[in-house]
Design a protein around this ligand. Structure first.
Ligand code: 13P
Length: 281
């Protein structure tokens, strides 16, 4: 069923697992992600940047997610990732997104709280979940970069104050991960995550999931991570596969010959991630 973030994270919490939140860059990536979740029998979060939502069309994304959720018989959430403007968030909610992230992490705490409250006020009318971020995650995403100097780990006391004043559904934490890190893996501060978890009682979100070591996945889930964002690894998989294929296929061959193998390759990566997030063994 097409549902919101709060609902799937509540179920994940009861099972001590994380739900995979996979960034899609096109409509064609959706079947790769949703079929993988179906094969693994888990809920899934599809997330798009504001740029992808505008390019594909918000309503197109909503319609396809709804149809695929029904066909696959699994819970699917459509989430707007890293939106910084009220108007972008309103546009997604009005089109039918079931979850949004307001990223006010670069703002002073007071302003972040005020803007997040404003978004929650609007979102609750539509039963839309809201994720927010405190601290600054490193790396680059959709052209927005945070340099090593700008990175700031989430402060547990600030997090407690923020959660109390806003009533958000999930909190994205900065604990050493970086967006877009795919050539190396990162060192996570488990100590910082532990302190945040002690200070706040709500589902935590990890960004920059591509750069997280497989062996760290279970550790962070045991410390309260319930939403696991992965984007770059899917993008790199798709692009590598399509480079390989487009160089070889005749110009007049059906596009399907190139697109379907990319879908299969991404499906395999997503299934591998979901197996880790299920936290079974
Ligand atoms: P990666 O692209 O590094 O996996 O991060 C995804 C993400 O955090 C989306 O917000």
């Amino acid at each position: 069923m097409y549902t919101n973030l709060k609902r799937v994270l509540k179920k994940a919490d009861a099972l001590n697992m994380a739900v995979g939140a996979f960034n899609t860059h096109s409509l064609e990536m959706l079947p790769a992600i949703i079929s993988a979740a179906k094969e693994q029998g888990t809920p899934v979060i599809i997330q798009t940047s504001v740029g992808t939502a505008q390019y594909v069309g918000h309503k197109n994304l909503v319609a396809v997610c709804k149809t695929m959720a029904e066909e696959a018989g699994i819970d699917v959430v459509l989430h707007l990732d890293h939106a910084k403007d009220y108007e972008d968030i309103k546009e997604a909610i009005d089109a039918g997104y079931s979850s949004v992230m307001f990223d006010g992490s670069s703002l002073p705490l007071k302003e972040n709280i005020l803007k997040t409250q404003q978004i929650i006020e609007y979102a609750k009318n539509f039963n839309v979940s809201v994720e927010a971020e405190l601290g600054i995650v490193g790396g680059t995403e959709d052209g927005i970069a945070a340099s090593a100097d700008e990175v700031r780990y989430t402060d547990p006391q600030e997090a407690a104050e923020f959660v109390k004043q806003t009533g958000i559904d999930a909190l994205a934490v900065a604990i050493g991960t970086n967006h877009g890190q795919y050539k190396s893996k990162t060192n996570i501060s488990f100590e910082c995550l532990k302190e945040i978890k002690k200070a706040v009682d709500l589902p935590l979100v990890i960004h920059g999931g591509t750069g997280v070591k497989d062996e760290d996945v279970r550790k962070v889930i045991d410390l309260g991570i319930r939403k696991f964002n992965v984007g770059t690894e899917l993008l790199v998989t798709w692009t590598k596969k399509s480079k390989e294929l487009f160089g070889e296929t005749p110009e007049n061959a059906s596009l399907r010959n190139n697109v379907v193998p990319c879908i299969r390759a991404v499906n395999q990566v997503v299934q591998k991630k979901i197996k880790l997030f299920k936290n079974l063994d």
